[in-house]
Design a binder for this molecule. Structure first.
Ligand code: GAR
Length: 193
């Protein structure tokens, strides 16, 4: 695909940004990461984006108090100003309101560290271990109003090993996330052509 038709992607983060790094390091033939927004000042992923020459913004949700929609309107305005076409959540730890989800319907994706529909929400690794699961993994999905629901763009799985802890499992799943997310973003970018 010619460079000019690459989809302009914004990545939303809250923390260290290892999935952002994976998206940046993948071959960006079909998408271009044009903006990274963090809702937390000092998020590690901001430095990763800067080092890659990508524009960054910090939009601190705390500045908006309890007004979640005002926070999201500020993000939405920044995204529209830059002609962003796809929004990829990568460790973005805020639940989005129906306003934002509807505004970006079909163009808003998330990576979640479990084999959805198992374990939406937090503490996915500990929950998989506590349930005695033998398989675990991660899912990339379209974002809908219900948390961690929405059509799957891809899923990757691994075996839970004897002696696994939430930490060892998290580390292995994270590696899997890094290989799952880029092709899923490509798939969405391609489907929007
Ligand atoms: C990843 O494991 C991601 O799946 C998870 O946060 C981590 C972010 O790591 N996301 C969620 O739990 C969202 N519900 P990263 O900042 O290194 O990409």
């Amino acid at each position: 695909m010619p460079i000019a038709t690459r989809r302009r992607v914004a990545v939303l983060i809250s923390g260290r940004g290892s999935n952002l790094r994976a998206l940046l390091e993948a071959k960006q033939d079909d998408y271009e990461i044009a903006l990274v927004i963090s809702n937390r000042p000092g998020a590690g992923g901001i430095e990763i984006a800067r080092a890659a020459g990508v524009e960054t913004l910090t939009i601190d949700h705390k500045s908006y108090g309890k007004n979640r929609e005002a926070f999201e309107r500020a993000m939405d305005a920044a995204l529209r100003e830059r002609n962003i076409e796809i929004v990829a959540l990568a460790g973005f730890m805020r639940v989005l309101t129906p306003y934002f989800v509807r505004a970006w319907e079909g163009k808003l994706i998330n990576i979640h560290p479990s084999l959805l529909p198992k374990y939406p929400g937090v503490d996915t690794h500990a929950r998989a271990l506590a349930a005695g699961d033998v398989m675990h993994g991660c899912t990339v999905h379209l974002v809908v109003e219900e948390v961690d629901a929405g059509e799957f763009l891809g899923q990757a799985r691994l075996a839970i090993l004897p002696g696994d802890t939430p930490e060892t499992l998290a580390a292995r799943v994270l590696e899997l996330e890094h290989s799952l997310y880029p092709p899923c973003l490509v798939r969405l970018a391609f489907s929007l052509r």
